[in-house]
Design a protein around this ligand. Structure first.
Ligand code: TYD
Length: 137
Protein backbone atom coordinates (compact mmCIF):
# COMPACT_ATOMS: atom_id res chain seq x y z
CA UNK A 1 0.00 0.00 0.00
CA UNK A 2 1.39 3.39 -1.01
CA UNK A 3 1.18 5.02 2.42
CA UNK A 4 4.17 6.19 4.41
CA UNK A 5 4.24 7.53 7.95
CA UNK A 6 7.22 9.81 8.27
CA UNK A 7 8.82 11.74 11.10
CA UNK A 8 9.73 15.30 10.14
CA UNK A 9 12.88 17.02 11.28
CA UNK A 10 12.43 19.16 14.38
CA UNK A 11 14.13 22.54 14.54
CA UNK A 12 13.71 22.86 18.28
CA UNK A 13 15.58 24.97 20.77
CA UNK A 14 14.94 26.40 24.22
CA UNK A 15 12.14 28.57 22.72
CA UNK A 16 10.12 25.59 21.49
CA UNK A 17 9.67 23.44 18.39
CA UNK A 18 9.37 24.26 14.71
CA UNK A 19 8.64 21.94 11.78
CA UNK A 20 9.24 23.12 8.20
CA UNK A 21 7.79 21.35 5.17
CA UNK A 22 8.77 22.06 1.58
CA UNK A 23 7.39 20.64 -1.65
CA UNK A 24 9.57 17.94 -3.23
CA UNK A 25 11.54 17.66 0.02
CA UNK A 26 9.55 16.50 3.04
CA UNK A 27 6.41 16.59 0.88
CA UNK A 28 6.84 14.48 -2.29
CA UNK A 29 4.66 16.66 -4.55
CA UNK A 30 3.87 20.27 -5.43
CA UNK A 31 1.55 21.57 -2.69
CA UNK A 32 -1.44 23.11 -4.45
CA UNK A 33 -3.88 23.17 -1.55
CA UNK A 34 -3.93 23.16 2.24
CA UNK A 35 -6.95 22.53 4.41
CA UNK A 36 -7.59 21.51 7.98
CA UNK A 37 -10.42 20.05 10.01
CA UNK A 38 -11.03 20.81 13.67
CA UNK A 39 -13.87 20.93 16.18
CA UNK A 40 -14.78 17.44 14.96
CA UNK A 41 -17.67 16.06 16.96
CA UNK A 42 -17.55 12.82 18.97
CA UNK A 43 -18.19 9.65 16.96
CA UNK A 44 -17.81 11.37 13.60
CA UNK A 45 -16.20 9.56 10.66
CA UNK A 46 -14.88 11.86 7.92
CA UNK A 47 -13.47 11.13 4.51
CA UNK A 48 -15.07 7.89 3.31
CA UNK A 49 -13.82 8.36 -0.22
CA UNK A 50 -10.82 7.80 -2.47
CA UNK A 51 -9.20 10.00 -5.11
CA UNK A 52 -8.28 9.11 -8.67
CA UNK A 53 -5.18 11.34 -8.81
CA UNK A 54 -4.84 13.35 -5.61
CA UNK A 55 -1.98 12.65 -3.23
CA UNK A 56 -2.01 14.00 0.31
CA UNK A 57 0.05 14.30 3.45
CA UNK A 58 -2.00 14.29 6.66
CA UNK A 59 -0.60 15.79 9.85
CA UNK A 60 -2.48 15.85 13.14
CA UNK A 61 -0.87 19.07 14.36
CA UNK A 62 -2.84 19.06 17.62
CA UNK A 63 -4.61 16.25 19.48
CA UNK A 64 -5.01 12.88 17.82
CA UNK A 65 -7.07 10.92 15.32
CA UNK A 66 -7.05 7.61 13.47
CA UNK A 67 -6.92 7.09 9.71
CA UNK A 68 -8.30 3.90 8.17
CA UNK A 69 -6.68 3.16 4.81
CA UNK A 70 -7.76 0.60 2.26
CA UNK A 71 -6.24 -0.05 -1.18
CA UNK A 72 -8.91 -2.57 -2.14
CA UNK A 73 -6.80 -5.52 -1.01
CA UNK A 74 -5.34 -4.52 2.32
CA UNK A 75 -6.66 -2.37 5.19
CA UNK A 76 -4.63 -0.53 7.78
CA UNK A 77 -5.31 1.89 10.66
CA UNK A 78 -2.75 4.57 11.46
CA UNK A 79 -2.80 6.58 14.68
CA UNK A 80 -1.69 10.18 14.28
CA UNK A 81 -0.85 11.97 17.49
CA UNK A 82 2.36 13.94 16.93
CA UNK A 83 2.65 17.33 15.24
CA UNK A 84 5.93 16.19 13.69
CA UNK A 85 4.53 13.07 12.00
CA UNK A 86 3.02 13.03 8.53
CA UNK A 87 1.10 10.34 6.70
CA UNK A 88 1.56 10.23 2.95
CA UNK A 89 -1.48 8.78 1.16
CA UNK A 90 -1.27 8.11 -2.57
CA UNK A 91 -4.16 8.19 -5.00
CA UNK A 92 -6.55 5.22 -5.18
CA UNK A 93 -6.69 4.68 -1.42
CA UNK A 94 -10.00 4.68 0.43
CA UNK A 95 -9.61 6.73 3.64
CA UNK A 96 -11.71 7.28 6.73
CA UNK A 97 -10.74 9.59 9.56
CA UNK A 98 -12.21 8.80 12.97
CA UNK A 99 -11.65 8.80 16.75
CA UNK A 100 -10.76 12.50 16.73
CA UNK A 101 -9.81 13.83 20.15
CA UNK A 102 -11.88 16.94 21.01
CA UNK A 103 -8.80 19.14 20.50
CA UNK A 104 -7.70 17.50 17.22
CA UNK A 105 -6.59 19.67 14.31
CA UNK A 106 -5.91 17.61 11.19
CA UNK A 107 -3.89 19.47 8.57
CA UNK A 108 -3.90 18.17 5.01
CA UNK A 109 -1.44 19.11 2.27
CA UNK A 110 -2.78 18.20 -1.15
CA UNK A 111 -1.24 17.80 -4.59
CA UNK A 112 -4.26 19.17 -6.48
CA UNK A 113 -6.85 21.92 -6.21
CA UNK A 114 -10.28 20.89 -4.99
CA UNK A 115 -11.94 18.91 -7.75
CA UNK A 116 -15.18 17.10 -7.12
CA UNK A 117 -14.63 14.91 -10.21
CA UNK A 118 -11.49 13.40 -8.65
CA UNK A 119 -13.55 11.85 -5.83
CA UNK A 120 -14.78 8.25 -5.67
CA UNK A 121 -17.44 8.28 -2.95
CA UNK A 122 -18.97 4.86 -3.48
CA UNK A 123 -17.01 1.93 -1.99
CA UNK A 124 -18.06 -0.59 -4.66
CA UNK A 125 -17.03 1.87 -7.37
CA UNK A 126 -13.71 2.25 -5.58
CA UNK A 127 -13.17 -1.53 -5.63
CA UNK A 128 -13.96 -1.61 -9.37
CA UNK A 129 -11.54 1.29 -9.89
CA UNK A 130 -8.68 -0.47 -8.07
CA UNK A 131 -9.34 -3.65 -10.09
CA UNK A 132 -9.20 -1.68 -13.36
CA UNK A 133 -5.90 -0.12 -12.24
CA UNK A 134 -4.44 -3.53 -11.37
CA UNK A 135 -5.49 -4.91 -14.76
CA UNK A 136 -3.78 -2.05 -16.61
CA UNK A 137 -0.50 -2.42 -14.63
P1 TYD B 1 -15.69 16.84 2.78
O1 TYD B 1 -15.21 16.31 1.47
O2 TYD B 1 -17.01 16.32 3.29
O3 TYD B 1 -14.57 16.63 3.89
P2 TYD B 1 -13.99 15.24 4.50
O4 TYD B 1 -13.48 14.45 3.34
O5 TYD B 1 -12.93 15.67 5.45
O6 TYD B 1 -15.06 14.54 5.24
O7 TYD B 1 -15.76 18.43 2.66
C1 TYD B 1 -16.65 19.23 3.42
C2 TYD B 1 -17.05 20.43 2.58
O8 TYD B 1 -15.92 21.24 2.29
C3 TYD B 1 -17.67 20.04 1.26
O9 TYD B 1 -18.77 20.91 1.03
C4 TYD B 1 -16.59 20.34 0.23
C5 TYD B 1 -15.80 21.44 0.89
N1 TYD B 1 -14.37 21.43 0.56
C6 TYD B 1 -13.84 22.47 -0.18
O10 TYD B 1 -14.56 23.42 -0.59
N2 TYD B 1 -12.52 22.47 -0.47
C7 TYD B 1 -11.70 21.48 -0.05
O11 TYD B 1 -10.47 21.51 -0.33
C8 TYD B 1 -12.25 20.37 0.70
C9 TYD B 1 -11.38 19.23 1.17
C10 TYD B 1 -13.59 20.41 0.98
Amino acid sequence: MKVIKQVFQLHGDERGQLVALEEFKEIPFRIKRVYYVYNTQKGVIRGCHAHKFLQQVLICIHGSCKIRLDNGQEKRVIFLEKPYEGLYVSNAIWREMFDFSPDAVLLVLASELYDESDYIKNYDEFLDYTKSLNLSE
